[in-house]
Design a protein around this ligand. Structure first.
Ligand code: ADP
Length: 455
C-alpha cells in the first residue's frame, strides 16, 4: 500500500481524497495555487506545496510543478481527482515514467475513452448498444448533411474530444445543420484544441443513466449500480439520484452486468463510469469517464462502500477481494450540486462566504471545502458544496432533502440553493417522472411566468 499520496487537485474533491487517505493511514500532500493558500484542502493535508499562480495553466495544469512537488515530498502515488489532469493520458504516462503510481486507469484507456469516436468504436466491438450516428468523425459539411438526413433529424453534432457539455449543438433540419456544424466545430476547437465532430441521433426524452464500475489489476471488474443524472441544465448535471426511479431490478442488473463485462473485456483498471441514455426501455452508450465522478457519493450511500478507498487500493495492485454478488444495495440517495452561481442565470458568483451553516442529522452528508469567511476565488469551478441525503426509500430521502435544504445557509454569495428548493417541490420530481430536458423546460416556464406577472 502507498505511504504518501499527492493530491493534484483542490476544493471539495481534494478534501474527499484526503479523507480516504487518512482513514487508510496514508499521508497526504496538497498542492495549491497562490489563490488557494488558505484553502481547507491545504490546511488539512500533512504537507503542502505551492505550485504556481492562480491561473490553472500555471498551477493545477502545470505538470513539471506537480511532478516536482511529488518528488520533493517523497510521495509514491498521485491522485488526479476530477477535472484538471484527471483525463490527461500524457500526464498519467509522465507520472508513471517518473516512478510514481497513477491513481487512475492505464493511459491507453484514458486515451481511447477521451476520444468519443474511438470510444464508440471500442464498445460496439463488445456488443454495447450506442446512439445511432456516424461511424467516425465527420470530415466536412456536405458529408455531415448527407449523414444527418440518413440518420433522420433532429441530430446532435458533438465534439470528439467533448466534455462538460461543450461543443454540442442540435440541428432540426438541413439549414440548422450548417449552423450547428460550424458552431460545434468552432466551440470544440476553442475548448479542446481539437475540432473533430461526430453526429448522433438526438433523443427527445431520454434519461441519463450511468453505471459505476471498478476494475482491479487482476482482470476483475464489478459495478456499483446506476445513477440517474437526468436533472441537467446545458447538458450539465444539477441533481443525481441512486437508484434510478425509472429502472426495475432486472433492467438494473442487465445493464450493470453488461457494462462490467465490457470493462473487464477491455482490461479496464480503476474507477470508471459508463454513461447511457435510456429511452423506451433501451440503453444507448454515450461515453465513458475514466475517473472518479462528482456524484460517486450517492453510490457510496446505497452500497456502504468508500469508492475512493477502493480506487486507491486497486491502484496499489491489491486484488479487489469481493465479487459482484457481495455488493448489496439498500435505500435511496440524492445529491444536489451547490454552485456559487446566480440561480436564475447560472452566472458564477465568486465572493466571500458569510453565515455558513451546514445541515446535519441522520442521513445527511455535506462534501465541501468552504467555511465561514472563505473567499471563493474567481479562477476555478463554481461547485462549492455537495448536499447528499440518504433514506430507507425514495420518499424518506425526498423528505430529508427538503428538510436539509431548509437548514442550509450560505450567505454572502448567490448559490443554487433556491433552485434546489424549487426542484424538490415539483410534482414531476417528487414522482420521479422526468427526463434530461425537464429542468430546462421547468426553468422556461418559470421565466415565462415571471414575464406574464410583470405584464
Ligand atoms: P459531455 O462529455 O460533454 O458531458 P455527453 O456525451 O456525456 O457529453 O453528454 C452530456 C449530456 O448531453 C447527456 O447527459 C445528455 O443530457 C445530452 N446528450 C448527449 N447525447 C445526446 C443525444 N444523442 N440525444 C439527446 N441528448 C444527448
Amino acid at each position: 500500500m502507498f505511504e504518501k499520496v499527492l493530491i493534484a487537485n483542490r476544493g471539495e474533491i481534494a478534501l474527499r481524497i484526503h479523507r480516504a487517505c487518512k482513514e487508510m493511514g496514508i499521508a497526504t500532500v496538497a498542492v495549491h495555487s497562490t489563490a488557494d493558500a488558505d484553502a481547507m484542502h491545504v490546511r488539512l493535508a500533512d504537507e503542502s506545496v505551492c505550485i504556481g499562480p492562480p491561473m490553472v495553466r500555471e498551477s493545477y495544469l502545470n505538470i513539471p510543478a506537480i511532478l516536482s512537488a511529488a518528488s520533493v515530498t517523497g510521495a509514491d502515488a498521485i491522485h488526479p481527482g476530477i477535472g484538471f489532469m484527471a483525463e490527461n493520458a500524457r500526464f498519467a504516462e509522465l507520472v508513471q515514467e517518473h516512478g510514481f503510481s497513477f491513481i487512475g486507469p492505464e493511459p491507453e484507456h484514458i486515451r481511447i475513452m477521451g476520444d468519443k469516436v474511438a470510444a464508440r468504436r471500442a464498445v460496439i466491438e463488445h456488443d454495447l448498444p450506442i446512439v445511432p450516428g456516424s461511424d467516425g468523425a465527420v470530415p466536412d459539411m456536405e458529408a455531415g448533411r448527407a449523414l444527418a438526413r440518413k440518420i433522420g433529424y433532429p441530430v446532435l453534432v458533438k465534439a470528439a474530444a467533448g466534455g462538460g457539455g461543450k461543443g454540442m449543438k442540435v440541428a432540426g433540419d438541413d439549414k440548422g445543420f450548417e449552423e450547428a456544424f460550424s458552431l460545434a466545430k468552432a466551440e470544440a476547437g476553442a475548448a479542446f484544441g481539437n475540432d473533430e465532430v461526430y453526429i448522433e441521433k438526438y433523443l427527445d426524452r431520454p434519461r441519463h443513466i450511468e453505471i459505476q464500475l471498478l476494475g482491479d489489476h487482476h482482470g476483475h471488474c464489478v459495478h456499483f449500480g446506476e445513477r440517474d443524472c437526468s436533472i441537467q441544465r446545458r447538458h450539465q448535471k444539477v441533481v443525481e439520484e441512486a437508484p434510478s426511479p425509472a429502472l426495475n431490478a432486472s433492467a438494473r442488473d442487465r445493464i450493470g452486468r453488461l457494462a462490467a463485462r465490457v470493462a473487464s473485456d477491455i482490461g479496464y483498471r480503476g474507477l470508471g463510469t459508463m454513461e447511457f441514455l435510456y429511452q423506451d426501455g433501451e440503453f444507448y452508450f454515450i461515453e465513458m469517464n475514466t475517473r472518479l465522478q462528482v456524484e460517486h457519493t450517492i453510490s457510496e450511500m446505497i452500497t456502504g462502500v468508500d469508492l475512493v478507498r477502493e480506487q486507491i487500493r486497486v491502484a496499489s495492485g491489491a486484488p479487489m477481494g469481493y465479487a459482484q454478488d457481495d455488493i448489496t444495495f439498500s435505500g435511496h440517495a440524492i445529491e444536489c450540486r451547490i454552485n456559487a452561481e446566480n440561480p436564475a442565470t447560472f452566472t458564477p458568483r465568486p465572493g466571500k462566504v458569510e453565515n455558513y451553516h451546514a445541515p446535519g442529522g441522520l442521513g445527511v452528508r455535506v462534501d465541501s471545502a468552504i467555511y465561514d469567511g472563505y473567499m471563493i476565488p474567481p479562477y476555478y469551478d463554481s461547485l462549492i458544496a455537495k448536499l447528499v441525503v440518504s433514506g430507507k426509500n425514495r420518499n424518506e430521502a425526498l423528505l430529508r432533502l427538503k428538510r436539509a435544504l431548509g437548514e442550509f445557509v450560505i450567505g454572502g454569495v448567490d448559490t443554487l440553493l433556491p433552485l434546489h428548493e424549487k426542484i424538490v417541490a415539483q410534482p414531476e420530481f417528487i414522482d420521479g417522472n422526468y427526463d434530461i430536458h425537464w429542468l430546462e423546460k421547468m426553468l422556461e416556464v418559470e421565466v415565462l411566468g415571471k414575464v406574464k406577472d410583470q405584464e
